[in-house]
Design a protein around this ligand. Structure first.
Ligand SMILES: *[C@@H]1O[C@H](CO)[C@@H](O)[C@H](O)[C@H]1NC(C)=O
Ligand SMILES: *[C@@H]1O[C@H](CO)[C@@H](O)[C@H](O)[C@H]1NC(C)=O
Ligand SMILES: *[C@@H]1O[C@H](CO)[C@@H](O)[C@H](O)[C@H]1NC(C)=O
Ligand SMILES: *[C@@H]1O[C@H](CO)[C@@H](O)[C@H](O)[C@H]1NC(C)=O
Length: 448
């Protein structure tokens, strides 16, 4: 493209929100991928950054990385549309085939990815095997929401095959960021990635730093209910955790697995009126429940895990990680999304795409999906709560969720099933602004 120069206006909405929270749509993001699957026989891994432009204007996006063979990407995202940006080369994954280090010691690499846009956008990272044997997506937290303390969640059971370790990967936003993962400390420059891979369970590992950074954790192929799949989630900083969550089993399941981690001693976690566990800081618990309101006396991070639903197609679904936003983080910001599934329905393969909306009492009957209001009677009540949810099979195309009702708050989740395949992410919700350095970033220049 020509030599046109656009100035990115990184005017943050920070002062517009009296409670210091903002939706997870923004202008500046850093993230990384860790390996989706290490398998000498597996097909290629495709990595994509999905940019959702829910504005009546073109978003100009630039993607950079210090990874040696990475070429800067400059693209435009049309108004009210989603663009899948392929991230290459595949070896930018933190641990890649033929070079695996699962000894649990920190490896530092130049594998961070930065995505900037002149208009506020939502960004979802997705990794998928070309043979559709494994996939997962995560919402990329904007740089303004990055914190300095996280607690990892990984699989509690890994394959006996040492090619499928649990992983933590952190990405620095600024130079001279000192990060401690468990009992190891490193100093990173901006967009350097520190990762650990081990067959041990890393759930509960505390990750802290002296400057805000991003953290992704999960498993290259974690086992849940005897099926393994790629599990990846961009962790919420502890300042973004909550004490009340709506837990709903994925479609075709009556109960579902979850993992909860704590950052305060004597954290009591309950589902309805039943106490599930009491955790100390840095402890985790895996549990299985049906539809319930999950509450705690101190903030926790709650991850829902996909699993094989064993339904009539047999082996439909596989493990994946879904970060559940706490109910106080629900938003009324319009959402534009496509369900996960990079290869879609090509080759006559039909994936199952699902949409879930969780809302408050004011929300049932006041939310538009693709411009049409879904009646209140279509919502189900979450027992012992003031919350309702709507879940529906949908298509792989672009969808919108909006409301005009000031009292409505919702969270929107989408996930996709196929044989041995499960992948899901959260659309938009509100989070506290923690990274004030990112609210005053110098305006970068995009060459188009
Ligand atoms: C989008 O912008 C165009 C040009 O400014 C305007 O004509 C149109 O009404 C806008 N659409 C919406 C949905 O705001
Ligand atoms: C393996 O990874 C290490 C650490 O990034 C790197 O120094 C080395 O060159 C890699 N080896 C191969 C064969 O890719
Ligand atoms: C660090 O933690 C790991 C994992 O818990 C443990 O195996 C190792 O012995 C610890 N090392 C030190 C020096 O404490
Ligand atoms: C939390 O509990 C652990 C284990 O009992 C203890 O070692 C630690 O000192 C406690 N932390 C605080 C802040 O009380």
């Amino acid at each position: 493209m020509g030599g046109r120069t656009l100035c990115l206006l990184l005017l943050s909405a920070v002062f517009a929100y009296a409670d210091n929270s903002a939706p997870t749509i923004a202008n500046d993001f850093v993230f990384t991928f860790f390996n989706a699957y290490i398998d000498s026989e597996a097909s290629d891994v495709q990595l994509v950054a999905k940019v959702s432009n829910n504005n009546n204007g073109t978003a100009n996006v630039v993607v950079t990385s210090p990874f040696p063979s990475f070429n800067t990407i400059r693209v435009s995202v049309a108004p009210y549309s989603i663009l899948k940006i392929p991230i290459t080369p595949e070896s930018i994954e933190a641990q890649f085939p033929g070079n695996q280090t699962n000894h649990g010691r920190i490896v530092v690499e130049d594998k961070g990815i930065r995505l900037q846009s002149d208009l506020s956008v939502a960004v979802y990272a997705h990794a998928e095997l070309a043979n559709r044997q494994s996939a997962d997506s995560f919402l990329v937290l904007p740089a303004v929401h990055l914190g300095t303390q996280y607690v990892a969640v990984t699989a509690t059971s890994t394959s006996i095959d040492t090619e499928y370790p649990n992983m933590i990967a952190v990405v620095a936003y600024q130079d001279s960021t000192q990060v401690t993962i468990g009992n190891q400390t490193v100093t990173l420059n901006a967009l350097q990635v520190a990762s650990v891979a081990t067959m041990d369970v890393l759930s509960g590992t505390v990750i802290s730093g002296n400057k805000p950074f991003g953290a992704i954790s999960g498993s290259t192929c974690g086992i849940v209910a005897s099926t393994c799949g790629y599990e990846a989630v961009m962790l919420l900083p502890v300042g973004g955790w909550g004490t009340q969550f709506v837990a709903i089993p994925f479609v075709d399941l009556s109960t579902n697995y979850y993992q909860v981690v704590a950052n305060t001693n004597n954290t009591v976690v309950s589902a309805g009126s039943t106490i599930i566990t009491t955790l100390n800081a840095g402890e985790y618990r895996e549990f299985q429940i049906g539809t319930a309101l999950v509450t705690s006396n101190f903030p926790v991070q709650l991850i829902q895990t996909g699993q094989n639903t064993g339904n009539h197609y047999n082996f439909v679904g596989a493990p994946f990680f879904l970060q559940l936003p706490s109910t106080d983080k629900m938003s009324n910001t319009g959402v534009l999304f496509q369900p996960p599934g990079n290869f879609g329905d090509e080759g006559g393969v039909l994936l199952s795409y699902i949409l879930r909306i969780v809302t408050n009492l004011a929300g049932a009957g006041t939310i538009q999906i693709d411009g049409t209001t879904t009646g209140a009677l279509h919502y189900k009540h979450v027992p012992n709560s003031d919350f309702y949810y709507y879940e529906s099979i949908t298509s792989s195309t672009t969808h919108s969720v909006t409301t005009n009702n000031p009292g409505t708050k919702y969270s929107v989740i989408t996930y996709t099933y196929y044989s041995y395949y499960g992948s899901g992410f959260n659309c938009a919700f509100d989070l506290p602004i923690e990274n004030f350095a990112a609210t005053t970033t110098a305006k970068p220049t995009i060459q188009l």
